[in-house]
Design a binder for this molecule. Sequence first.
Ligand code: HAS
Ligand code: CU
Length: 572
Amino acid sequence: MSVHTLSAAELKARPTPAPLTAQDLKIVDRLAGLNVLIGVLALSFGALFGVFQGLEHAKVFNIYPWLQPAIKTYYQGLTLHGALNALVWTTFFICGFFTFAFVRSINRPLKYPWMSVVAFILMVVGLLTAAVPMLTNNASVLYTFYPPMLADWAFYVGLVLLVVGSWVVGYSMYFTYYAWRQENPDARAPFIALTSTITMVMWQLATLGVAAEILFQLLPNALAPVLGYPAPGLDALLNRTLFWWFGHPLVYFWLLPAYVSWYAMLPAQTNGKMFSEPLGRLVFWLFLLFSTPVGFHHQFADPGIPEIWKYIHMIFTMGVGFPSLITAFTVVASLEIGARARGGKGYLRWIGRLNWGDPSYAAQNLAMILFIFGGIGGLINASYNVNMAVHNTMWVPGHFHLTVGSATTLSFFGISYWLVPKLTGHKLFTKWLALAQAWTWFFGMVFFSNAYHTLGLIFSVPRRTMLGEAPYYSSQWNPQMMESVLGLTLLSISATLFFAIMLFTWILPRKLDRPIEMPVAQPLDPKPAPKWLDTWWPWLNGAIALIILSYGPMLFQLIRDAEFWSKGIRVW
Ligand code: HAS
Ligand code: CU
């Protein structure tokens, strides 16, 4: 390797690194705290509707007549559940967690802190704007808002602001990253800073699809009656395609923050090391490449998409499963290093020596275990012919409660167990309750998802249906329905515990015994990762090229043949 010594002029031209001060961190921490707070509130309120749905499905108790006139229909409840838990809880938590972790990892103040503040304000205004129609039953379109269902315009405006706000969170990170790179042209980007930035760039590319859907189709149709011009009409297939351009990478926007923690934080929480730091980087780059060109695996049953395109997306989907398989092996190896350092022995006995007594650790390890099954289910869904057996059945909620409901959410619980004490300066309330919370979530999801997978696969029970009222309700379903009620009872206990732990940690002024620092795992091999794993252009250009190749021809055809004859309708 040639050694390049910088001339005095070159050194002078390089900007001096800005030191990270307590004042800089204060803004970051305040923002992180507010984001987490809103996330937790959204999760708690949204989870309540999950319980109502489960009880309705099992014919245990239909609460909807009792909720009149506040909540009008089951579908309004389902929209609140999906939107608050899948979109609001995740997006706010991720933006808060990333802002916190990115700045510490890159060890430099935000270039434009005001940008992160503006981002947060946009997201909150977006949330409030979308909440009004959702709470007044004017947007009961479920979290995927498929046309020709059409919600009140404020729902779409709110979503746009929420998404644009999350973009600006990303922009604040990109400017900071760029400034850091100017100051440190030869250094490798720190792992957490790099991988959180990759996640935000992936999100930026992913959300272009839904942005086009909302701005060119849904919003103009929703605004027509308000502004008094003729509605331009909707093409359902075109819109579904634009939605799933976004809808699949959305799931990696939920997953990758958990991966950042599993790779770069969790090993440190059990005396481990990163088994292979370069492999971790590769995994994130592969997600940037393959997250988006796979959306047709949600449209296998859609007429109008030629089979060849479904096959191409299926193959890419198997490709995007690959970085998760790498993750399974490398993260476990990183944890095993820790367990052995803690005296663990044997082929599997070392597992007992992991840091199970720490709720932050335990929650995340339990999340990983559930994700083995969530991931396998995903690969099953992705297999074109098998998808025909499970599509639109209860199998699918079974799948996503193990993924976004467990891999993501249970990991975020675990992260909260160090992050919230860090942000408030208060002791966690309490270790034992938090451990109980993690385990009840784990077992709750085991029963719940097992029941729903079975109902979908064996009995083809449809999803998104007010089953308790269905004339075809079968007593054959009873054992699994009861299993699901057992699951959701545990989940309700767990969600209540989480809310209580967060609340009491925040309000009880029990000062920390010793300061908490963000856990950062050191690589096993200190040699820096190769330069190509720290270089943006091949990966970013590759990702854009793959999107153009995988969506360009189909979108061209769909737009050319579009017929906007469908009027927006309210089916609720
Ligand atoms: Fe999915 C539907 C395919 C992952 C979420 N998915 C959904 C929906 C949601 C969702 C919300 O192909 C419903 C959408 C709707 O409303 O219609 N999914 C996949 C595939 C993957 C996948 C191939 N999904 C996710 C993740 C999600 C998520 C992640 C959220 C966070 N999914 C589909 C398909 C559909 C679908 C179809 C459409 C179904 C239909 O018909 O409608 C892959 O990314 C999965 C790869 C993962 C693995 C697992 C790796 C395991 C790891 C853990 C290791 C831990 C260990 C434990 C070993 C291969 C990394 C260590 C233990 C110790 C003790 C040390
Ligand atoms: Cu998908």
